[in-house]
Ligand binder design. Structure first.
Ligand code: AMP
Ligand code: MG
Length: 318
């Protein structure tokens, strides 16, 4: 069973031995290993049961270390890193040869970011290698935003979980690449596209697909609860069934006529930041509740709402 604690020295000692440690970040918990060590990286894929065509994100603690990982930093990437690191932004850039092909699933670009969490930054500073880390959940399931989520699912497979409390942002990073020199959003996430556009002007978004895994993690079905999950534009106040078989994931209002224990409201204030923060924890709660199916509604499709809706759609895409 994994030990859970706040000891970065202990975390460091496991990582230096090539073992894996779950790390807190502001987006979701990561399953981390030495990014320069093939064996460690291989075990990340094994522990997660992750297909090898789905590449990992490399974590560093400062912009200065970027040149160890990537061969080239376009001007727009530098501007974004200056504006948003540490933070929920991942950049896709041409990789240095030291990064094993396994990390990038054979692609010649590597995904890299500086996470904004004091414990993990401290850990990264103390290491002389970067950390490769995907989300610390079994492949395809809901991402973990608390140490206990990791414990529940991967606790018997790793030695240590660094406990940094609840992930503040609550959804994965926004991924931006520069194919042909133009910025392209590969995955919507914890940094709103509007914020990115304030710094570098208009950016395109590449919608995910199942047929073309050239930019993996863009798999259509992902982040999914185990129970049947139905997504609607709005859960109609007139239609809910208080049959005790249905759990509800709602944006800002409880439904009348359904006991509150069967409902999770993402943000009573209608605040999208708060909604993102609650999303995965509430989905998990509904998935473990004594109900047979989950019904969810979309949130306003702006700012972080776009990333939340993206996760909801993929959770529903079975
Ligand atoms: P996760 O940490 O579970 O959010 O997964 C990392 C995600 O980063 C992957 O699923 C991909 O979507 C993305 N990613 C990482 N490296 C690359 C890359 N070289 N090209 C495109 N997408 C990438
Ligand atoms: Mg993931």
């Amino acid at each position: 069973m994994a030990i859970t604690g706040k000891d970065t020295e202990l975390a460091k000692s496991y990582l230096e031995k090539g073992q894996l440690v779950a790390i807190p970040t502001e987006t979701v918990y990561g399953l981390a290993g030495n990014a320069l060590d093939q064996q460690a990286v291989l075990s990340i894929f094994q522990v997660k049961n992750r297909p090898s065509f789905d590449p990992l994100i490399v974590h560093i603690d400062s912009f200065e270390k970027l040149s160890l990982v990537v061969a080239e930093v376009p001007e727009q990437a530098r501007l974004l890193a200056e504006a948003f690191w540490p933070g929920p932004l991942t950049l896709l850039l041409p990789k240095q040869p030291v990064i094993p092909d396994l990390v990038t699933s054979g692609l010649d670009t590597v995904a890299v970011r500086v996470p904004n969490h004091p414990l993990t930054l401290e850990l990264l500073q103390s290491l002389d290698f970067p950390l490769a880390a995907p989300s610390a959940n079994p492949f395809g399931y809901i991402s973990p935003t608390q140490a206990q989520h990791v414990e529940a699912q991967l606790g018997d497979k790793i030695p240590y979980i660094l406990n940094g409390g609840e992930a503040g942002v609550g959804i994965e990073s926004t991924i931006v690449g520069f194919p042909e020199g133009k910025p392209l959003v590969y995955r919507l996430g914890g940094l709103a596209v509007e914020e990115i556009e304030k710094v570098i002007g208009p950016v395109q978004y590449l919608p995910h697909s199942t047929s073309n895994p050239q930019a993996p993690g863009m798999l259509k079905s992902h982040y999914a609860p185990r129970k049947p999950f139905r997504l609607q534009e709005k859960v109609d106040q007139a239609a809910p069934v208080a049959d005790g078989h249905t759990g509800y994931l709602l944006f800002d209002k409880y439904l009348d006529g359904v006991p509150e224990k069967y409902q999770r409201v993402l943000s009573r204030e209608g605040d999208l930041l708060q909604a993102a923060h609650h999303l995965f924890a509430y989905l998990r709660e509904l998935d473990t509740l004594n109900v047979q199916e989950i019904r969810a509604e979309m949130v306003p499709d702006t700012g972080l709402g776009r990333a939340i809706n993206d996760r909801l759609r993929r959770a529903a895409a079975h």
